[in-house]
Ligand binder design. Sequence first.
Ligand SMILES: [Zn+2]
Ligand SMILES: [Zn+2]
Length: 353
Amino acid sequence: MPHEAKMMKAMMLTGIRSMEMRETPQLEIEKDTDVLLKVAAVGVCGTDMHYYKEGRIGGQVVQYPFTIGHECSAVVEQVGGKVTRVKPGDLVTVDPTIACGKCDQCLIGRYNTCRDLLFLGCPGSMDGCLSEYIVMPEDCCFPARRQTSLEQIAYAEPLSIAVYAVKQSVPLENAKVGILGVGPIGLNVLLSAFDQGAAEVHVTDKLDYRLDVALSMGANWVGNPDKIDIVSEITAMQPLQLDVVFECCGDQEAVDQAVQLLKPGGQLIIVGSLKVERVSFDLDLLRWKELTVKKTRRQSGCTQAALDLLESEKINTDVLISHRFAFEQAKAAFDLVDRYADGVLKAMIIFQD
Ligand SMILES: [Zn+2]
Ligand SMILES: [Zn+2]
């Protein structure tokens, strides 16, 4: 049956720090395992900010116009013939990673390092979710309870990154932990670390407002490395030093501090996108303490755990989701995060029905 191409609105990057609402053909279900989703809320992520401010992350270069966005909740609009996980009307959180399911990495459950990976809102891969509709395979859709807010459901995505990072570390039961950098990812690591039984968590950041939030979330100690020597302060409190340090700011200074703060046999987990392309390590200290270093890449298999954690009401995202913008005002959300203004943590873009 012939039909006119339906159009939808998408907020597209059109240049450095420039973004416009454009009309584009509405996506349609192609495979019988596909789900057509009406986007409900989208979180602004550090990754998106790189595309917004610099037009690239390493070799991933934006070809304008391009729709970014990968942290979203959505309502199921239509499902392919073989879909069983979700039904129209379901509110879902979306795992933005589409793994091939066939390569050596997928076959051992390492979907995040799939050799043929597609990623929502990644240049050269697929358009993002700053649009009215997206199409994803059913495996990427995780149904939520209705009573939870659209923003909270979208928040499962950035939380899953932290749940995964914490899972990569030694068992945190009774562990002494450091978190260097508490933007949204670092704060999520704080939530996950306590959820996994961490005994004491020491937090650093150069923005005092973030330290206040970390304290309100139960951090045992906070310090600003621009104002104090955080290595000597933490070591004075913890003479045996720390079991695990999560480096969540991606710079050389924090990597050096992490290596100095860890106890022998300790573990450095580097989470999130890096500010620089290279960092160096004090190899002698790394050898002396026999440290393990791991850089995580996004997450694998932790979306449901993140959603469960959000829905458990053990955690409260009210303080984390600091700002809300309408779809039409998406650029204002990006500009706010760009300036770290107004105590911003996670800015969410909410689509009206
Ligand atoms: Zn993200
Ligand atoms: Zn694969």
